[in-house]
Design a protein around this ligand. Structure first.
Ligand code: ACO
Length: 271
C-alpha cells in the first residue's frame, strides 16, 4: 500500500514501511508542515499488522538538510514564543515518538544530513549511510549552537574530541567517516544502500516483535543506569515482555465470552 502527503511519502512492501522525507526541492528541510505530516504517518504505521520494520529515508539528493531555516526558524520566530514552542513541540515530538517506536527503525541516509537531522538519525535504532552522504553540525556556520538535541546526539554517539571538533568546526563528513566515527552502523556505495538496508530489515522482520521492542528499549534505557539498576530493569522488562506472549489471558476471555463456562467476577478460568 502506498500513500503520499505533500511532505512525507511512504510505501509498505512486504512488512517494511519505507517512509521518505519528501521535499526534494528544499533538500527535505524539516518545515512545521513536514513535522506534522511525519507525526501523522508515524501514527498511521505504528500498530499496523502489515508493518514489521520502518525505514526512514529521503527523496532526491538529501536525507534531510535539517530544520527549515525559513519556515521553522524565521517564520515561527516572527510569531513570538508561542510559535517557537509550537514548532519545537512538533519536531521534538515526532523524534521522541520515533525513539520509542513500537517497531524497529532504520535510518537510510541517502544524502545530506545536517543539524536537526541528527534528531531523527539518533531516533532510528540502526543507521546505514551512502558513502556519498554528507553529515554536518552546520549550526555553528550560521550562528547558533546545535540545539534540538543535536549536541546530545553528538555526545551520545561520538567520542568527546570528535564531538567537539564536529560541533565547533561545522565541517561536513562523508558516510564512510560517519561510520568510522559511529554516527551510523555502516556506509556503502549509494547504489547498494537500499539492498543492504532491505537485507537488514528482512532479518529484523523475522524476529519476535515483542522481544525486538523490549530489546531496543533496553539498549536505550540502561545506558544511564547503574549496573544494579540495569539488572533490576532488565529482569522486570523480561517479565513484562513474557506477559505480552501470555496466551492465558486470551483463553480467560474466550471461556467467559464464547464458552460461557465461568464468571471472572466469581472465580478463575480453567487452565
Ligand atoms: N532550510 C530551508 N531551505 C533549505 C534548507 C534548509 N535547511 N536547505 C536547503 N534549502 C533550500 C534552499 O534554500 C533552496 O531553495 P530555493 O530553490 O527556493 O532557492 C533549495 O533548498 C535547494 O538548496 P541549494 O542550497 O540550492 O541545494 P544544494 O544542493 O546546492 O546544497 C545543501 C545542499 C548543502 C544541503 C544546502 O542547501 C545547505 O547548506 N542547506 C542548509 C543546511 C543547514 O545548515 N541546515 C540547518 C542545520 S541547523 C538545524 O537544523 C537546527
Amino acid at each position: 500500500m502506498a500513500n503520499d502527503t505533500d511532505t512525507v511519502a511512504f510505501d509498505v512492501i512486504d512488512g517494511i514501511a519505507w517512509v521518505r522525507f519528501n521535499r526534494p526541492d528544499k533538500r527535505n528541510a524539516m518545515s512545521p508542515t513536514l513535522n506534522r505530516a511525519m507525526m501523522e504517518v508515524l501514527d498511521e504505521l505504528e500498530f499496523r499488522s502489515d508493518v514489521a520494520v520502518l525505514v526512514l529515508t529521503g527523496e532526491g539528493a538529501a536525507w534531510t538538510a535539517g530544520m527549515d531555516l525559513k519556515e521553522y526558524f524565521r517564520e515561527t520566530e516572527a510569531e513570538g514564543l508561542k510559535g517557537v514552542r509550537r514548532s519545537q513541540r512538533e519536531s521534538y515530538g515526532w523524534w521522541r515518538r520515533l525513539r520509542w517506536y513500537q517497531k524497529p527503525t532504520i535510518a537510510m541516509v541517502n544524502g545530506w544530513c545536517f543539524g536537526g537531522g541528527y534528531g531523527p538519525l539518533f531516533a532510528c535504532d540502526l543507521a546505514f549511510a551512502a558513502d556519498e552522504a554528507k553529515f554536518g553540525l552546520s549550526e555553528i556556520n550560521w550562528g547558533i549552537l546545535p540545539g534540538g538535541g543535536a549536541t546530545k546526539v553528538a555526545v551520545e554517539l561520538l567520542p568527546f574530541r570528535k564531538a567537539m571538533y564536529h560541533a565547533l568546526l561545522g565541517e561536513p563528513i562523508d558516510g564512510k567517516t560517519a561510520a568510522e566515527w559511529g554516527l551510523v552502523n555502516e556506509s556503502v556505495p549509494l547504489a547498494q544502500l537500499k539492498d543492504r538496508v532491505s537485507e537488514v530489515a528482512k532479518i529484523l522482520r523475522a524476529k519476535n516483535p515483542v522481544a525486538l521492542k523490549a530489546t531496543k528499549d533496553a539498549i536505550r534505557r540502561v545506558g544511564v543506569m547503574t549496573y544494579d539498576e540495569a539488572e533490576d530493569y532488565l529482569v522486570r522488562a523480561q517479565e513484562a515482555a513474557n506477559s505480552f506472549d501470555n496466551e492465558g489471558r486470551k483463553e480467560g476471555i474466550r471461556q467467559f465470552i464464547d464458552e460461557k463456562s465461568y464468571k471472572p467476577g466469581l472465580g478463575a478460568y480453567d487452565k
